[in-house]
Each structure stands twice: as C-alpha cells, then as structure tokens.
Ligand binder design. Structure first.
Ligand SMILES: Cc1cc2nc3c(=O)[nH]c(=O)nc-3n(C[C@H](O)[C@H](O)[C@H](O)COP(=O)(O)O)c2cc1C
Length: 362
C-alpha cells in the first residue's frame, strides 16, 4: 500500500473518470469501511437501479447550434454558482481519509462545487465552515440536518450552522429509521477509534454504525414550524412521491432534493432518475429541484438537468476519491465531472445548463 502525500497526486493523475478511483479506494479501505461506504439496503436493487436508470435514458443531440460562450454557471436559491455539482452529505468522512470533511469541503470549494456537511460529520461544523467560507469562487455551503430526539438539540445544530456561515439547511426526511444494510452488517461495521459524530453529544449517535436516534420522526406540521423558524432556506432531501413534493411546496420549503438516499434506506424504492420527472411535472416549477443517486458521468448530470434539476449531488464517487487520494482526489474527480458535463452539453448543442430541456431525451 502506498503512503498518502507525494505519490497521491501522481497516482490520482491516472484517473480519467470517476470509476477510476474505486480500485484505489478499495485497496486503502478495510472490508468493513468498504461495505459501509459502498453498500446499499437489502438486495441493493435500488442501489443498482439508480445507476441503470440514468444509463437507460437516451440522449437525442442537436447539431450545428451556436456554442460560443458556453459555460456551466447556474442560478440556485437566488445566487449564481460556477456549476451544478455538489458533494452529497455523507457521514464520517474521516473514515475514508484523514483529510476528512475539511479536506473534502476545501476540494469542493477549490473546484467551485457545493458541499453539504452531514449531521453525522466527523469534523466540527465550525472547522469545516472556517476552512471554506471565504474561498473565492466556491460553491454553496449547506448543512444537512437529521432531526434529533431532543428538539433543543436540533435547534442548537441549526444555530451553530447559521453562526458558522452555512447558507442553507438540508433536512433529510427519508431515514426515520436505518435501512437494512445487510452488506454492512455482515462486515460487522463499527466506527474505528477516533472517528465519531463530533457535532452530536455521545448519547445521540450511539456506539456503532446503526444509530437509532433518527426514529424521532417528524411530521409535516413540525417541518413547517422548522421552516418558519429557520433563518436559512430549508430544503427537503429524500422526497420521491409527487404528492410529498406538493405538500413540501405548500409549506414553503426552499427546494427539494429528489433522492432515495443512494439506495441505503428502502430497497426497491424508485430510482431517483425516474422520480425526478414525475416530481418536476407535479410541481410545474414551484420549487427548485436537485437530485442524487447514481450520478457518475457528465451525461448523467446533463440528463438530470434535462429532466428538471437545477443541480445534482454526487455521493459515493467523491467519498471514494477522498479515500483514494485525500482532498486532491476529490478535486480531481470534480474537475473530471465538470469537463464531462461541458463536453456533454456541447455535444448535445447546449451552451449552458439552462438550455438542457426534455427535448434532449429520446
Ligand atoms: C457512506 C454514506 C454516508 C451517507 N450519510 C448521509 C448522511 O449523513 N445524511 C444524508 O442525508 N445522506 C447520507 N448519505 C446519502 C447521500 O447524501 C446521497 O443521498 C447518496 O449517497 C447519493 O447516491 P450516490 O452515492 O449513488 O451518489 C450517505 C451516503 C453514503 C454513501
């Protein structure tokens, strides 16, 4: 096994796409961390479905269109951003690499990508924010919230995120309980010493990988209250049903992340690529939509934009890039994905993400 540091950038330079980080990450992670990061719920049908759904969509390119001045910039929540890519919230990033959340967030900022910090982060809210807040050209900096059993604790987390400079709260609503993650359980996953959810009191995150404190499920009324009390825009993450999307719009959330938690919660749930157009149709533009699950290629991002997403989140590939090469790995992965997106846009006759419409899909 090679040490991190000098050799990392050399080997990372060999990656030409997001898949290329996988083998290197596998060599650096033990079986249990590998199962935790790459596994899904039960038979992993949704995990595979997320991928095959993007693959199954066919592009219908236009030719000879004006491409001068092409770029990736987008508008989201009232601001302009360099491109439509964000790193999805993922717990315990120091499990993947010592660079952890601070390194990942810095790599995102350097590449103009958004970063969403998990409630179950292994680095503090304040450390991550102070690392990237003032980076010029960075993407959005959002805090992902799992509602806590103690409402005071939920409130305190939001207050810390606001004070630290986070710009939106992402309330994850698709995991009131842990999914049946068989692969992870078979591997006997537990957190190694020194890696824990440092923003939560010890009682709130449990000793192992299966915290059950999320069982304090919220209802729509509480989400509405949270929305009204939250000084930042509040997005819901984990919506698949068009009726839920409409309820969310009615109570005034700022946006939705169409997601099945990367196939980690309810197995056989609808792939997010199939849920997105249904939700877009139901909402008719009432809310900005983001999507995640199985996005690995610039063409996947383009398809998401064509189906109505303003931006996308990428999960496992960026965590594996972190495991493979630390922060430089994340930066390279994001660079490769931006390049692929720009190519995909040009090859379908689009100058910008805003020009991607359903007419691009066969
Ligand atoms: C290791 C791991 C940890 C995750 N932790 C969280 C989390 O703390 N909060 C959350 O809302 N989603 C979490 N997710 C789900 C991701 O935010 C995202 O929805 C999913 O990974 C996207 O699918 P992809 O990995 O196929 O890109 C996690 C995903 C992984 C792989």
């Amino acid at each position: 096994m090679q040490p991190f540091g000098a050799t990392a950038s050399l080997t990372a330079a060999k990656a030409v796409n997001l898949h290329d980080f996988e083998a290197r990450a596998r060599a650096r992670l033990d079986d249990s961390a590998w199962a935790y990061i790459t596994g899904g719920a039960a038979d992993e049908i949704t995990l595979r479905g997320n991928r095959s759904a993007w693959d199954g969509l066919q592009l219908l390119p236009r030719v000879l269109r004006p491409l001068a001045g092409a770029g990736l910039g987008i508008a989201l929540l009232g601001r302009r951003w360099p491109h439509p890519l964000l790193m999805a919230p993922m717990a315990y990033q120091r499990l993947a690499h010592a660079d952890g959340e601070c390194g990942a967030a810095l790599a995102c900022a350097a590449q103009g990508a958004g970063y969403v910090l998990s409630t179950q982060a292994s680095s503090t809210i304040e450390d991550v924010a102070s690392q990237v807040r003032d980076e010029p050209g960075r993407g959005p900096l959002w805090f992902q919230l799992y509602p806590q059993a103690d409402p005071g604790l939920t409130q305190a987390l939001v207050q810390r995120a606001v004070a630290a400079g986070f710009e939106a709260v992402v309330l994850t609503v698709d995991a009131p309980v842990q999914g049946a993650r068989d692969r992870e359980r078979r591997a006997g996953f537990t957190l190694p010493p020194g890696v824990r959810a440092v923003n939560l009191p010890p009682a709130a995150h449990g000793a192992g990988a299966a915290p059950d404190w999320r069982g304090q499920a919220l209802g729509w009324a509480q989400v509405e209250q949270l929305c009204q009390a939250c000084p930042l825009p509040l997005l819901l993450k984990g919506v698949l049903h068009p009726d839920d999307a409409c309820l969310a719009a009615d109570i005034g959330v700022a946006g939705l992340i169409v997601s099945n938690h990367g196939g980690r919660t309810l197995d056989t749930a609808l792939p997010s690529a199939h849920a997105l157009p249904r939700i877009a149709d139901a909402l008719g533009g009432r809310l900005p939509l983001l999507v995640d699950g199985g996005i690995r290629r610039g063409t996947d991002v383009l398809k998401a934009l064509a189906l109505g997403a303003s931006a996308v989140l990428v999960g496992r590939p960026l965590l594996l890039a972190l495991a493979a090469d630390g922060a430089p790995g994340v930066a390279l992965a994001l660079r490769l994905l931006q390049d692929e997106l720009l190519m995909a846009l040009a090859l379908t006759g689009c100058r910008s993400p805003a020009e991607a419409t359903r007419a691009l899909l066969a």
